[in-house]
Design a protein around this ligand. Structure first.
Ligand SMILES: [Zn+2]
Length: 89
């Protein structure tokens, strides 16, 4: 790989070095893609096997949206889904 950086290396050798580097990067990228596919597959698998229960520790809007986060120092929030406003207590 050092051939790619060596100014005195013959051109062919430089090309080979760059090609090697490129295929190395390509290998890393496709490895990441494989990992993502695998992760997605595992998540789908889990969804098929899992049971979910609704949680009731967070307030929800009449439209069904759950407010998962409420900013500090606000006394009212608007539902991003339907626009209904709520006073925060
Ligand atoms: Zn709503």
């Amino acid at each position: 790989m050092s051939a790619a950086l060596d100014e005195n290396a013959p051109t062919e050798q430089k090309k080979a070095g760059v090609k090697q580097l490129t295929s190395l990067i390509g290998g890393v990228v496709s490895g990441v893609v494989d990992y993502r596919d695998q992760k997605e597959e595992m998540e789908k698998q889990r969804a098929r096997n899992a049971n979910v229960e609704p949680t009731d520790d967070k307030p929800s809007c009449e439209c069904g949206l759950t407010f998962t986060r409420i900013p500090q120092n606000v006394d009212r929030i608007a539902c991003p889904e339907c626009g209904r406003e709520y006073r925060v207590q």
